[in-house]
Design a protein around this ligand. Sequence first.
Ligand SMILES: C[S@@+](CC[C@H](N)C(=O)[O-])C[C@H]1O[C@@H](n2cnc3c(N)ncnc32)[C@H](O)[C@@H]1O
Length: 437
Amino acid sequence: MTDQKIPRSLPLSEAMTISAQAIGEVMAGRSLTEVLDQLDAHERPIVQSLTFDALRKWVRSHELIKELIPKTPPPEVEHLLSVAIALFLHNGAEGKGYAVHTIVDQAVKACSEYEPTMYAKGLMNAVLRKVSLAIQAENEKPYPPDPVPMFFPPWWRANLKRNYSKAWQAMLIQQAQRAPLILRVNAQQHTRQEYQDLLQQAGITAEPIHSVAGTALDSALLLREPVPVADLPGFYSGAVSVQDAGAQLAAVLLDPKPGERVLDACAAPGGKTAHVLELAQCDMIALELDGERLGKIGGNLDRLRLQSDAVRVVRGDASKGAWWDGKLFDKILLDAPCSASGIVSRHPDIPFLRREADIQSLQTRQRAILEQSWKMLKSGGTLLYVTCSVFPEEGEDQAVWFATKHADALRLSAPGQILPDELNDGFYYALFKKNGP
Ligand SMILES: C[S@@+](CC[C@H](N)C(=O)[O-])C[C@H]1O[C@@H](n2cnc3c(N)ncnc32)[C@H](O)[C@@H]1O
């Protein structure tokens, strides 16, 4: 997911109402991606942008709401307030965006257009005017009141504090920022330089990202000013994909060669499957447990023109062998189900959805998939274990557990834990070679 410029495709008041409702769904435990997937194409960019910002500024907006409204308002009003306040906060941080009176007018209009909030027009107007003054005063002070404006549950903060005593706060501040747009050029169609030239001809400025965590990247491009994907030359004929630079390490570290038998054990929506196939035409099984997500793999491969008889998308459980034909693999990419704690800047709903107990159950699932995958790997073959997590329980602890348990597992050089940064999300990478005769 990426932030787009806010296109004025929908009146702001309507977008605010939909965004407040989306926040209500997240608070009830639904994934924001799922909620956004149900919107019409013209609604999605603006609603996504408003909702992301509201979730990123949750702590600060709720401090202000608490300060100004002694009795907690009903959730519908609270969510609408958080959407409007986040717009003020982003204006303060970036010095651009909507005028104060527009935000207030549109939020009041949104209130009057939706039955459950209709009664709160006066309250909305009064609170937002006070908030705008408070934020203006705050911006004149040298330090913001809360360095981490985004909500992270206490157990999450405690975990990071324990494991990254110096970096934890900077990590959370980083994850509360808007994420840049990063592209992966399809090497089957263009070199990075060729595509950068095409972008330039279209008036879009991009710069190469040469490496992440010491691993060279040949296809990554950074767009500091995001654009809608429809404006990217050749997007619909597969010239390019949107993919974080940290995620682009997976296929590079796996290092596929033409004709090799490769398993992508947890494949949907297929971003890394596609990247592997862009690098080498291998004999690929893309395995996925979730039937709905499975459909996205084929869609991505179609758009990127990567479908062939050598590529099979299979529904199955990677922790079991029921789907497997018994033929060993040369390489296995295990992009395991995880907390997704490394990709919060692109999925700001995650801290609201995760529970502390999830970490242990994810650890158990990851181990089961690791065990089964190892059985399916040839002697001399390699397995790349990946998570988009920053919790060591899902990263280094797992790699150490695995290497200790398997005398035939040789650890090869790999980046290990990568922390979220301006250009990449947080990922974990461990590479194992199966020793054998
Ligand atoms: C981190 S995501 C994979 C992202 C994907 N590799 C990409 O780059 O687009 C993990 C995926 O594993 C799937 N999954 C979870 N448990 C699984 C299992 N036991 N077997 C196969 N897939 C599983 C999830 O449904 C999810 O789609």
